[in-house]
Write a protein that binds this ligand. Sequence first.
Ligand code: GCB
Length: 614
Amino acid sequence: LGCSFALTPRESPSRELKELNGLWSFRADQSANRNQGFEERWYNRPLRETGPVIEMPVPASYNDITQDHKLRDFIGWVWYEKEVWMPKHWTSPNAGMRIVLHVGSANYYSVVWVNGAEVAFHEGGHLPFEADITKVIQNSPSHQYRITIAVNNTLTPFTLPPGRIQYMTDTKRYPPGYFVQLTQFDFFNYAGIHRPVLLYTTPNVYIDDLTIVTDFQDGVGIVNYKISVQESAHYSLSLKLYDQSGQVVASVTDGPPVGQLKLSKPTLWWPYLMHEQPAYLYNLEVYMKSKNGSIGYEDIYTLPVGIRKVQVTKTQFLINGKPFYFHGVNKHEDSDIRGKGLDWSVIIKDFNLLRWLGANSFRTSHYPYAEEIMDLCDKYGIVVIDECPGVGIKDPLSFGNKSLAHHLTVMEELVRRDKNRPSVVMWSVANEPASGLPQANHYFKTLISSTKGMDPTRPVTFVTDTSYDSDKAVQYTDVICVNSYFSWYHDSGHLEVIQLQLNNQFENWYNKFQKPIIQSEYGADTIAGLHSDPPVMFSEEYQKAVMQEYFMVFDERRKDYLIGELIWNFADFLTAQSTNRVDGNKKGIFTRQRQPKSSAFILRDRYWKLANGT
Ligand code: GCB
């Protein structure tokens, strides 16, 4: 149920779009087996008639919205519902159009009904899914429709990320039926509808997918394209590539679905700070015309296109043939109150901070980010290592065929969504898996080679914290990404060991594999406003000192094979409660409210120097 999703919904003369964001009715299923909603078919009537409902904003995580700790830590099904009006011209049986319901993401399992008819089921908390709801709509007598979405945040050893429910059976310590969710990743498992819910239309015959691969040679830009059209074998395609002044710079009329556009003297897509005119985007307009019997259809889809190419050598990462050094950050989708819910103010603030910092890149630790964020990376020239939700894969159970099959599905969904983005220069299939286990060899060999099969144009990596002599998976990557926390999780407080240990780390990895290396995480928890000289752990001075020790080694290794450094983390973020987290992870160089700690200023100084080649 539900259909696979490829093209980011965009308005055009042939496509209308309606956002369903705002307040939805909401009810958590508090029954002991968490199944009352399904047993009583809450989707069959207005949610308010099933029991007490509250108002819930969409998009947002539900966890931090109320004063109820049971909802904050809730595990199981929650129910969302909204009654919506449809424009009359969408719903008439001979409208000649499809109506699609699109959910940007909901964590983790989702079931969707329209007027009680199930239209979609999706597994996975960080990628979009959609359903063609035309028939349900057109068969309905009124113009008002009830959309019900049930969302369940329960993680198992086979989900991505994996997790486990632990039942507490000691009746002297826990009430009957007591259970908790255990995870092996370091961020709060926020839940709910995290990204916008939309309705959009397409004609009955429509452009279903579009893949572009760009290149340039001898002053000529090349846009290879492949277009897929649904529901008709008889159609014609025309393409126009517009530059930013609105001039058509290349075109094809009545062309085949696979072809090439060429333009002389292309303006290339360059990363932020690498060129005086970064992030140049053309607009590719695809026009499809079709005849089905006596009815004619036209569809127009426009895609931003950046012309650039990416290559990896033994020691370098090349963008447009020039060495690129990642001076960037790791992020999270995380902020006060809204949790992982998409919020434009937070998004733009974060991009402003990235540019203030002189950061040219980030990794989407540890799951794919919203399409809205990715669009801005394309637009601003922020280079992205696009990571899937393969985080916390530690349990040997999670290396079996069932997990692998799902991991491949998630990579397919991610590649399908982000394949055309110039900002995305590398896929990361996982973060800190137990890559020393013998099972990791087959698992990552398959996962990485299949990902390369899905997209032969981009390098593939995963992020390791296993030592170089026991890791079984780095051999399959194009770039080595390594995380280390010297003087933090071990040798705590001993700043003086950092340079020795970090140098050895780099030499060991490089000598074994001869691949370029990114320091994909390093950092220290820091309570904003806590000061100490000499530096002690958790003070602003300690965070700065750790960074400065790392910088010394980075500057040496940059001369040979080090191709990037990504601080952990851009901002403080919420985690599960534990004795080693004081109100979340505090390794941000900005607080969770996006105010700078002292470390932000030294990083800024460094990044601008790196950008200016000084
Ligand atoms: C890591 C993880 C990241 C954690 C970080 C930490 O290695 O990849 O998710 O938040 O360390 O601060 O412990």
